[in-house]
Write a protein that binds this ligand. Structure first.
Ligand code: OGA
Ligand code: NI
Length: 364
């Protein structure tokens, strides 16, 4: 999430969804109602299981002892997950459950605060940090049934200290602790991803420099007409990797687009959902996919997600890795660009499927 200059974009009235359901629990304002074609076809959970249409699960404990059979089997699974799904869940990731539950608790406390308190940390139009709705660029753009709170975490220069809340009192401490653990997890995952691509283990870390890490907390209140709205518009992530944590006992909300169908991701206890972002798609020359996904809402239940975006430093030049390009059999599909420019491009356009990546595609 590159910083943007404050602009004078006119976004019209953006209702706060938590306030909306307090005052008029059964009303869905027009600006949230999607066209029929946007709502899309969903594979029901039952059919999903039957078709083995579940995103792969990677057991990280099997990757802690390199060079045995389990290790190679899990790396193979990882490689298939990244190629076929662009998504996987990790279990036995080694992050203490207390750390995960704690950040979830402070995030929930944040969203539960009165609106006046949350408004002290506003997400200004055209920016992506603070409390509000991101990616809104016009007065007639449809809104998502979601409240967001987003912060730049690392390196320190991307932080806007004014947006780090003083309440709940433990918010910052908890998020710092959590973010450190998630950063280590991302580094670990990138090593395994490098191995799965036949690259040397440190390849990503060496090229990423001081990696950029940002967090977005998405709070989806219940909606009386979940079929009419979207929790979060379809998009791919601009990151290299994204780590998504769903609140404990969370209902299904995340859906990913596979074979033109929206497939729900069933939350597993103590698992984290990982997805490949646009940056790894480019670096792997399209072998690993940054898959389009969205969030839907539930009639009765709220849902909270804590999402970390991990990406190269803004100064880094991105292009398909030479080891993964072959002029004869696998020609280069993306041009080279500066990652900061891509981040700027990503955050200054509305979420629209995989459209952002047109920025990098070489069109024949
Ligand atoms: C995101 C995202 C999905 C969810 O924040 O980029 O895809 O279920 N979130 O909150
Ligand atoms: Ni996403």
């Amino acid at each position: 999430m590159a910083p943007l200059p404050i602009s004078s974009i006119r976004v019209g009235q953006i209702d706060d969804v938590q306030e909306l359901i307090k005052s008029k629990p059964n009303k869905v304002p027009e600006r949230f109602i999607r066209e029929e074609y946007e709502r899309g076809v969903v594979v029901s959970s039952l059919k999903t299981q039957h078709l083995h249409h579940q995103i792969p699960v990677i057991d990280l404990s099997k990757l802690s002892k390199p060079q045995n059979d389990d290790f190679f089997f899990e790396i193979l699974k990882l490689s298939q997950a990244c190629e076929d799904w662009g998504f996987f869940q990790v279990i036995n990731h080694g992050i203490e459950v207390e750390v995960v539950e704690d950040v979830e608790k402070v995030a929930k406390e944040f969203f539960d605060m009165p609106l006046e308190e949350k408004k002290k940390y506003p997400m200004e139009p055209g920016t992506v940090q603070g409390y509000g709705q991101a990616f809104i660029f016009s007065e007639d753009q449809k809104l998502d049934w979601c409240n967001m709170f987003a912060l730049g975490v690392h390196p320190p220069q991307i932080r806007n200290p004014k947006l780090w809340p003083s309440k709940p009192a433990r918010f910052s401490e908890s998020l710092e602790g959590y973010s450190k653990e998630i950063r280590e997890l991302c580094k670990r995952l990138l090593k395994y991803i490098a191995i799965s691509l036949g690259l040397k283990e440190e390849r990503f870390e060496e090229m990423f420099g001081e990696a950029v890490q940002a967090v977005r907390m998405n709070y989806y209140p219940p909606c009386s007409s979940p079929d009419l709205v979207l929790g979060l518009s379809p998009h791919s992530d601009g990151s290299a990797l994204t780590v998504l944590q769903q609140s404990k006992n969370s209902c299904v909300g995340l859906q990913i687009l596979k074979d033109n169908t929206w497939v729900p991701v069933k939350p597993l206890p103590n698992a984290l959902v990982i997805n490949i972002g646009d940056t790894i798609e480019v670096l792997s020359n399209g072998k690993y996919k940054s898959v389009e996904h969205r969030a839907v809402t539930n009639r009765e239940k709220e849902r909270l997600t804590i999402v970390t975006f991990y990406a190269p430093n803004y100064e880094v030049k991105i292009e398909p890795m030479s080891e993964l390009v072959d002029d004869e059999t696998n020609p280069c599909k993306y041009r080279s660009y500066n990652h900061g420019d891509y981040s700027y491009h990503y955050v200054s356009n509305k979420l629209q499927g995989k459209k952002s990546l047109d920025f990098a595609k070489i069109l024949n």
